[in-house]
Ligand binder design. Structure first.
Ligand SMILES: O=C(O)CC1=CCC(=O)O1
Length: 257
């Protein structure tokens, strides 16, 4: 699997990997780019079956994680900080549990050890295969953003919804099936890496309670609640960036000291 990726920021700086959510691409991270590249080399990629990364065969959570490990190998990146949102957060939890030697720290935003219910994901996979992306795209703004933000910032939301409506139904469906099978609730206790959990106070998909569960399970982890719904990096970029960058700089200081 060859992931489409983009590297920004100073060469030689510590690397931060950003992993997108279901139905988005690496462009999701535009609100983080300026702040992060002031101090870090930023590696963004299109998850399997999304954006310019093709879909190949059945998709599982371990494959999504393996795709990134292959990309890190090909770029000769031994270790990186990781930040993933929603499905990207689940990828990060898998890596933190099963490939911790490749990570410096993990930030899990608007995610959970298990997202939704298998039947719901399988139904969504069937729906996009049979009917295309229109129905899923029509409901996305409500799943992703608070009502106040939808009224305040339609110009930030419309490009994301247009992108979702035009995206590859088979790639989206395959990732829904990966989410249907993904359940790390009994695994995450073993995570021993520095972990920041970001939760959206109005997130209806991966709730504050999901974030609290992660924080309770992983010793030494921190939880920050962001004033936003599900795509909190878009809805509340300042709060998201402040929490992420403070955590990353803290980790860098610990490594240096
Ligand atoms: O349902 C959505 O669109 C929100 C979501 C769930 C998992 C993910 O990555 O995004």
């Amino acid at each position: 699997m060859t992931l489409h990726y983009q590297l920004d920021g100073p060469e030689g700086a510590p690397v931060v990997v950003l992993s997108n959510s279901l139905g988005t691409t690496l462009s999701l991270w535009e609100p983080q780019l300026a702040a992060l590249t002031a101090r870090f080399r930023v590696l963004r990629y299109d998850t399997h079956g999304h954006g310019q990364t093709a879909k190949k065969g059945k998709v599982t959570l371990s494959q999504l994680a393996g795709d990134l490990l292959t990309l890190l190998d090909s770029l000769d990146i031994k270790k990186a900080h990781f930040c993933g949102i929603s499905m990207g957060g689940l990828t990060g939890l898998w890596l933190a549990r099963f490939a911790p030697e490749r990570l410096l720290s993990v930030t899990i935003a608007n995610s959970a050890a298990k997202i939704g219910e298998p039947a719901g994901w399988l139904d969504r996979a069937r729906s996009v295969r049979e009917e295309g992306m229109a129905t899923v795209a029509a409901g996305a703004a409500q799943r992703w953003f608070s009502e106040a933000f939808r009224h305040r910032s339609p110009q930030l939301i419309e490009p994301l919804i247009d992108q979702l409506a035009r995206s590859d139904a088979e790639g989206y469906a395959a990732c829904c099936e990966a989410l249907a099978e993904a359940d790390l609730r009994h695994e995450i206790k073993a995570i021993a890496l520095p972990l920041l959990v970001l939760a959206g106070e109005q997130d209806p998909v991966t709730t504050v309670a999901d974030g609290e569960f992660l924080q309770q399970q992983v010793a030494g982890s921190q939880l920050t609640i962001v004033p936003a719904s599900h795509l909190s990096n878009v809805e509340a970029p300042q709060a998201f960036n402040d929490a992420l960058i403070a955590f990353l700089l803290n980790q860098e200081a610990r490594h240096a000291g």
